[in-house]
Design a binder for this molecule. Structure first.
Ligand SMILES: [Fe+2]
Length: 285
């Protein structure tokens, strides 16, 4: 057992033994889960042509609607996304917590429809979307909401004669991710962003011409402690948990979004719901 795991286990046992104070419990259940952190990141690359300078991509992830996250909250999120005037919106999986137990409501489609982006809205499957027989119904809702599915395929986004590629793989845990199919016929010289629900998948992408991977799934751990960090993250989010990682000899940047909703336990502590706003910067301009 390494030192970090030992510390986590010890602290976890201690917390369970003494009990979390009532104020902390109230805060982590009722306050922090309703907050929103907007993380702004600038992505620059020699592969970004000046036509894409200041191009804005918004990522939201892991809404887990139905598990302590309501449609009213989703509407507020949609309003905040629209205020950013994004060029592209990407959703990186886990729409509802349990598709087979969720009381599907047409308002969900209306809210997702209300999200506006100049160059389109894209999404990938997460493990909760495929789980609970959700594959078809989540697909149907997202399609009606004008979100385009990227499941082992890609789209070319064109602006003023220049192109970037947005690619997406199927869910790693319950789907069939296939990077060869995803990038088939793409030009490796084009700036390429990959959407992959599970962040630890990034090590598979090292051998492909991918400049940026956007992931979710980890929820940032949901509950974090100073100096210790997260106590628990799910499989395939154990190595890359939160924020930005520069990898593979600086050829690839991974951004791990902390998600919007919660799962398993309805708490967040030092790990607010997060919206990512990425602004592309050309190094040619
Ligand atoms: Fe997930």
């Amino acid at each position: 057992m390494n030192r970090r795991v030992f510390l986590k286990n010890t602290l976890g046992s201690l917390m369970a033994f003494i009990g979390i104070s009532g104020g902390t419990y109230y805060y982590s259940r009722n306050i922090e889960t309703t907050l929103l952190k907007i993380t702004e990141e600038t992505i620059s690359s020699p592969k970004i042509n000046s036509a894409f300078n200041n191009f804005k991509i918004i990522q939201f992830s892991d809404t887990h609607i139905g598990f302590h996250y309501s449609l009213e909250q989703l509407q507020e999120l949609a309003n905040k996304i629209n205020l950013q005037n994004p060029d592209i919106i990407v959703f990186t999986g886990d729409l509802v917590d349990e598709p087979n137990h969720y009381n599907w409501d047409s308002r969900l489609t209306t809210i997702l429809q209300s999200m506006k982006a100049n160059h389109g809205k894209y999404w990938i499957y997460g493990n909760h979307d495929h789980g609970g027989y959700g594959t078809d119904i989540v697909h149907d809702v997202m399609e009606k909401s004008h979100f385009h599915l990227l499941q082992n395929n890609h789209v070319s986004i064109e602006q003023d004669g220049s192109t970037i590629v947005i690619a997406g793989v199927d869910d790693v845990m319950l789907g069939k991710p296939d990077l060869d199919a995803t990038l088939q016929h793409t030009d490796p010289n084009l700036f390429t962003i990959l959407l992959a629900h599970e962040p630890d998948f990034v090590e598979k992408t090292f051998s492909y011409p991918i400049d940026v991977q956007l992931s979710g799934h980890s929820h940032g751990g949901q509950v974090r402690f100073p100096f210790i960090g997260d106590l628990y993250t799910p499989a395939y989010a154990e190595k890359y948990v939160q924020g930005k990682y520069i990898l593979n000899d600086e050829k690839l940047s991974l951004y791990v979004n902390s998600g919007i909703g919660t799962t398993r336990l309805p708490y967040r502590f030092l790990c607010k719901p997060e919206l990512h706003v990425y602004t592309l910067k050309s190094q040619m301009s």
